[in-house]
Design a protein around this ligand. Structure first.
Ligand code: NAD
Ligand code: WQD
Length: 340
């Protein structure tokens, strides 16, 4: 298949693109590089051993989308492009609605016009809000606790409406839990701008000496050690999940929803310990207040993806942390950024 990957220069899009190429698909990337670097695409091409068509531009740019869909006979779209920082979304909600909602609307409008019938959308466990129990199944009630989460909910709803009106469409909503890890080569990985919001890149920067210590956001949750528990899924498992979902579902009309998680939860202190074991020394941390909006525990019931797609996460927390450490220690400043 020929797949348009929006946001393909970003963390998950890069790994998914590599997996697509490895499975024999053709990839066209559209990314405005607002949260990624051109250097990442060079590394993707090195790893894939082939070149990739790249359009530098905005997913909200309809004329550009028309050009992409005219230049390439695209069979399906993987839509990763978007803004993802929860805290920032509360400060800049209009920007989040514009990029995430208007961007998805523009993309889907262009897809309908150009008769591209399959979209795989990056949704998030954030659409479950504060779940009443764990593990979380796809049929749990949906809600949002911040503007970022609401943009994901709105796009899910929009895609359901569009699928109802255009029955030839296949819409795949993949709800990721907490992605982590990096490619085994150490050539591509997560390269956050500024201070990382997420736990794994933050600990990686403490380990490499870029940050002094980890602030643990609360140790008074109702969890075994009091710190927050999450379902950390290796980005390579996530990438494989995308390709399996695409291959299985691109001709299956309607809306298909899957959790992509491991089904296991780890606490903040367990993740820290896993890093210490790989790095071979203790890492500094201190406990601070809870982060507003955080929940105590969140992990997936991934049974639906296993039963109907034959997919399950294969990699554990130790492997994830090893891969993050290889990436972080080989690239302490992430992608060079020289070409941007
Ligand atoms: P990322 O920021 O690394 O990648 C997103 C990419 O989209 C970046 O390369 C960025 O430059 C690009 N982009 C942003 N706005 C754009 C625009 N207007 N036009 C074109 N390109 C644009 O993020 P990621 O972690 O790879 O996340 C990918 C997707 O998965 C996002 O939609 C995110 O919301 C979703 N998601 C991420 C996580 C996570 O924790 N990483 C969890 C659940 C869902
Ligand atoms: C994990 C745990 C924190 C940083 C977010 C989004 C979610 C999804 C994934 C996109 C929590 C604790 C963290 C730190 C800490 N993204 N923590 N110190 O909040 O589960 O999910 O990313 O869709 O929508 O909300 O991930 O990595 O920020 O936090 O103690 O410096 O680590 O309290 O328990 P989260 P996270």
């Amino acid at each position: 298949m020929r797949v348009l990957v929006t946001g393909g220069a970003g963390y998950i899009g890069l790994h998914a693109s590599l997996e697509l190429l490895g499975a024999g698909h053709e990839v066209v990337i559209l990314d405005n590089l607002v949260n990624s670097k051109r250097e990442a695409l060079g590394r993707l091409e090195t790893l894939a051993g082939q070149s990739v068509s790249f359009y530098e531009g905005d997913v909200r740019d309809r004329a550009l989308l028309d050009r992409v869909f005219t230049d390439h006979k695209v069979d399906a779209v993987m839509h990763f492009a978007g803004l993802k920082a929860v805290g920032e979304s509360t400060q800049r909600p209009l920007e989040y609605y514009d990029v995430n909602v208007n961007g998805s609307w523009t993309l889907v409008s262009a897809m309908v016009h150009h008769q591209v019938h399959c979209i795989v959308f990056s949704s998030s466990a954030t659409v479950y809000g504060n779940p009443h129990e764990v593990p979380i199944r796809e049929d749990f009630p949906l809600s949002a606790t911040n503007p970022y989460g609401r943009t994901k909910l709105v796009v899910e709803e929009m895609l359901r409406d569009v699928a109802a009106a255009y029955p030839e469409l296949s819409v795949v909503l993949l709800r990721y839990f907490n992605p982590g890890g990096a490619h085994k080569s150490g050539l591509i990985g997560e390269d956050p701008n500024g201070i990382p919001n997420n736990l794994i890149p933050f600990i990686a920067q403490v380990a490499v000496g870029k940050r002094d210590q980890l602030a643990v956001f609360g140790d008074d949750y109702d969890t075994p050690d009091g710190t927050g528990v999450r379902d950390y899924i290796h980005v390579l498992d996530l990438a494989e999940g995308h390709v399996v979902a695409l291959e299985r579902l691109h001709h299956e009309r309607g809306v298909h929803v899957y959790n992509l998680g491991t089904g296991r939860g780890y606490s903040v202190l367990q993740v820290l310990k896993a890093f210490e074991a790989v790095v071979g020394r203790p890492l500094k941390y201190r406990v601070v207040d809870r982060r507003p909006g955080d929940i105590g525990e969140c992990w997936a019931d991934p049974a639906k993806a296993t039963e109907s797609l034959g997919w399950s996460a294969k990699r554990g927390i130790g492997e994830m942390v090893e891969d993050v450490w290889r990436w972080q220690s080989q690239n302490p400043d992430g992608f060079s950024g020289l070409s941007d």
